[in-house]
Design a binder for this molecule. Structure first.
Ligand code: IMP
Ligand code: MG
Length: 423
């Protein structure tokens, strides 16, 4: 039994795409367990940059099979675009992509409702990809799943019922024009013909593979602090990026999981609204954004930037069961003379020992920082841990000891060869 889970341990955009691509070399299957086209996983191969939204980041390794699990929500338009893009780049996906028949479909009304809700005062700062509304329908038990496409009568009936209800909401609550059922049916029939070859019972597939001794990487999207149960609710996404989500989102047993790796950025970023204790709304924050190229891969939005937060990380390590971390974008800190790490929170003069997930307390905390000397030299061409400047190693080792983890991978650039394994 061999499953390794790769989770984002912060607010997403930690560089999971790069790490998963790298680790894919040594596995048989990469399986994505939650989220949808809200994710943007960037993989750089040679001089080319690829941004994946739904397809697992193992797709660039020809020997790897890629699974989109039942826990995901699939936007047919985004998926077809992504498949087309890969075909144009001559990435052969024939027989290598498997999509769960239990994954839910994102319909045009989900995107519309997402966008409309974001115009109200209860704005979350979503990606506008229809993620929340699609998961609402899943939990409401009115969602349309990939399997429903197999039977036209069932599909059309479900769609009609949904559209009737959504039209009432759109018209009566939001004063929006109504949607045309026939047009949507036609669009989805087109999709149905194209997707058929990929659809299967992926839980059965994965469990069979496990029995045969195959190695599986479970790829999370977003990050633990955006988890709908464990994140900074309500400023979260609508699924479970934490490691537990891998079991429910793929239909594999917890006993098959060997390890959980947390991907963390050497500093912090967040896109969208919600508390962010170490945020820097100053020239240092701007410098992190500019040097780190911190703009959303899906929406292009500038990311909020700040120092590494060991308090939230300790929480993330606990909830996910992280033993090893992969620290990304270390090179972004190369030119800083001083680097800070948040080691505690203070609220009303009292020090907090644990991470408060309620947003009101989090909004009020003052971070307590420890300052480290920078290394002020480029790390981007280094290939061994021992070659890193002493101050860089000191910084990394502090991150590990403050969060109770071990350093496994250090990434010093976007390319595959800019990856250091720590023995
Ligand atoms: P949604 O997932 O589009 O509903 O957005 C909910 C929150 O999660 C917003 O703050 C988004 O910015 C954030 N979010 C969603 N996907 C990602 C991601 O892949 N990286 C970083 N933040 C994300
Ligand atoms: Mg991203």
């Amino acid at each position: 039994m061999s499953v390794q889970i790769i989770v984002g341990a912060q607010w997403g955009d930690e560089g999971k795409g790069k790490i998963v691509d790298h680790l894919s070399e040594k596995v048989d299957i990469v399986a994505r367990y939650q989220g949808g086209a809200n994710a943007g996983h960037t993989v750089v191969i040679g001089e080319r940059e690829y941004v994946l939204h739904l397809i697992p980041s193992g797709i660039f390794h020809p020997h790897v099979r890629c699974v989109i699990g039942n826990g995901t929500v699939i936007d047919p338009i985004a998926l077809m675009d992504e498949i087309k893009q890969l075909q144009q780049l001559h990435v052969d996906i024939e027989g290598r992509l498997l999509i769960s028949h239990h994954a839910h479909l994102i319909m045009p009304y989900h995107k519309l409702l997402d966008t409309i809700r974001e115009q109200t005062s209860e704005k979350i700062g979503t990606t506008g990809r229809g993620i929340g509304p699609a998961y609402i329908d899943k939990v409401m038990r009115v969602g349309i799943r990939i399997v429903d496409l197999l039977d036209r009568t069932v599909f059309v009936a479900k769609l009609k019922r949904n559209i009737e209800e959504k039209n009432k909401i759109l018209k009566k609550i939001y004063g929006n024009p109504e949607l045309d059922v026939e047009k949507i049916v036609d669009e989805y029939e087109e999709f149905d013909k194209k997707i058929d070859e990929y659809v299967t019972d992926t839980s059965l597939y994965l469990n069979t593979a496990l029995r045969e001794g195959k190695r599986i990487l479970a790829e999370g999207a977003q990050g633990a602090l955006l988890d709908v149960d464990h994140g900074t609710y309500p400023f979260v996404t609508s699924s479970n990026p934490t490691s537990g989500g891998a079991c429910t989102g793929l239909g594999i047993p917890p006993t098959s999981v060997n390890s959980v790796v947390g991907v963390v950025k050497a500093y912090s970023t967040r896109v969208g609204n919600g508390p962010f204790p170490t945020e820097l709304s100053d020239p240092i924050g701007d410098r992190l954004r500019a040097t780190g190229g911190e703009f959303g891969a899906t929406t292009g939005r500038p990311r909020r930037c700040g120092w590494f937060d060991a308090v939230s990380l300790r929480y993330s390590v606990m909830v996910n069961g992280i033993k090893e971390i992969a620290v990304t974008k270390l090179d972004v800190l190369d030119e800083f003379d001083h680097i800070k790490v948040c080691t505690g929170y203070e609220v009303n003069g009292k020090r907090l020992r644990t991470f408060p997930t309620d947003v009101h307390t989090l909004d009020d905390v003052t971070p307590i920082y420890e300052t480290f000397d920078g290394w002020e030299t480029s790390t981007s061409s280094l290939t061994s841990y021992a070659d890193l400047p002493a101050n860089a190693r000191r910084y990394l080792e502090a991150l590990a000891s403050l969060t109770g983890t071990e350093l496994w991978i250090i990434s010093v650039g976007a390319r595959r060869d800019q990856t250091i394994f720590v023995d």
